[in-house]
Design a protein. Structure first.
Length: 445
């Protein structure tokens, strides 16, 4: 008996970013409860450095059908944008550098239409508005989806589609304790302390510093303030790198160089569970990572989120949990606020209710493959129309344009004759009838 095709989950799952790599694991757990398998899809098939991350398939496989699917799930993360990926070193010169970003959601919608499978959105974020030229295709993609959810109200406004129901639900990473309960992370945490030569009873101040959050500041001054803050509370500073693509390890090492007291430098996490364990067993979190804050808070660790700059994803998540006071505009105000935090409270019950409802809708979408079939077909027409309007009809004809020069020995390129060869020699390879006339059959392309 043939196994059912999996659900393809798209996102930036080929990069060593803690938060992004949690999405397919969390989706896999939720889908498995419904008897569905999840396969991660990323711009490339490069395996992340974390030992427990899912190995992705390349987005090109999703589009060509090389990776069969019963459905496609978009997200999550800050991925609903149309920017190329060539600004990231790991994609420079790669096949997907120009299209891999939009390929994870516009390309995913095209794949769903091509292979006639349902598609749903797993509460990704939208960082920027779309242009007037882009909006018709974006809105067609929304109409083609059987379920659309984003993680904050600002993302819904940026989509600008008043005719499509768009749910706003908490970021799915809030589910992490269901995948890895705190008690399951205790041995991992003690293993981390041993690896870093720390005592087993060490109480940690989890710190995440991103380069954008200290722009224009003195790293040495911030390091001194963090060290003093920790010492006054009997805590050991832990400098935590959660995003390799954001240069987190280099920034953590830069600050560590200014510390004078014992500290833990976690610039080399071996597993996603090791990062989760470090956050779950810390006494306090202060940092610029949304998912760092979110995971700490999910395990009941109090924390402050440094919003410099103040992306709407920060306020969006804090709105879900009713804690706008946990957002600080800079490190100095963050430490002032953190001084008042004693005990974490976890998340309100409404977060679990919203995520349960969201996943119920996602699974219902995959149980009804005929739903939105007409809209998926309409999306293909809208995308083709947009391509013709932008790049001309020649763009759409490329799959069938004859490669005349390639089929004619002695002709260096189409329309360019080699010495002693007629320009018409390029036609010699085309099919002809018995009378020598072109017979109208489709030539090789």
């Amino acid at each position: 008996m043939t196994a059912p095709a999996p659900i393809l989950v798209t996102g930036m799952f080929d990069m060593d970013n803690f938060g992004d790599l949690l999405f397919p694991l969390l989706a896999s757990r939720r889908l498995a409860l419904a008897g569905l398998e999840a396969v991660a899809v990323a711009p490339s098939n490069s395996r992340p450095g974390f030992a427990d991350a899912m190995e992705p398939r390349a987005a090109a496989d999703m589009l060509t059908g090389a990776c069969p699917a019963a459905g496609i799930l978009i997200g999550g993360g800050y991925m609903i944008h149309t920017s190329p990926l060539s600004f990231l070193d790991r994609y420079r010169g790669a096949e997907a550098a120009s299209w891999g970003g939009p390929g994870l959601w516009i390309g995913a919608t095209l794949a769903a239409a091509l292979h006639d499978v349902p598609i749903a959105w797993n509460a990704p974020g939208v960082p920027h508005p779309f242009s007037a030229r882009q909006r018709p295709v974006v809105h067609a993609a929304l109409r083609a989806a059987s379920h659309v959810a984003v993680r904050d109200h600002a993302s819904r406004r940026l989509l600008g589609a008043s005719d499509v129901p768009v749910s706003v639900v908490p970021d799915p990473v809030a589910d992490l304790p269901l995948l890895w309960p705190r008690r399951m992370l205790t041995d991992v945490f003690h293993g981390l302390l041993r690896r870093k030569r720390m005592a087993g009873d060490t109480r940690l101040l989890a710190i995440h510093v991103r380069n954008r959050s200290i722009a224009g500041e003195s790293p040495a001054r911030i390091a001194a303030a963090l060290e003093t803050f920790a010492a006054e509370r009997g805590l050991v500073p832990m400098l935590l790198a959660v995003g390799e693509s954001h240069d987190d390890p280099a920034v953590a090492r830069l600050l560590a160089g200014s510390f004078t007291a014992p500290h833990l430098l976690l610039d080399d996490p071996m597993e996603l569970r090791e990062v989760a364990a470090a956050l779950a067993h810390s006494a306090l979190y202060v940092g610029a990572s949304l998912h760092g804050y979110m995971v700490a808070a999910a395990y009941g660790v109090p924390g402050i989120l440094v919003g410099r700059p103040a992306y709407h994803k920060f306020a969006g998540f804090l709105d879900h949990i009713g804690r706008p006071q946990d957002l600080a505009p800079d490190w100095w105000k963050a430490l002032t606020a953190a001084a008042t935090r004693r005990n974490g409270t976890g998340f309100p019950a409404s977060v679990a209710v919203a995520l349960d409802r969201h996943w119920h809708a996602v699974i219902a979408a995959f149980r009804a493959p005929a739903q939105r079939r007409a809209e998926r077909a309409a999306f293909m027409r809208d995308l083709l129309r947009a391509g013709v309007l932008r790049d001309g009809p020649g763009w759409a004809m490329q799959p069938v344009v004859s490669r005349l020069g390639a089929s004619s020995p002695g002709v260096s390129s189409p329309g360019v004759s080699s010495p002693g060869v007629s320009r018409h020699a390029a036609l010699d390879g085309l099919p002809r009838d018995q009378g020598g006339q072109l017979d109208g059959r489709t030539p090789a392309v």
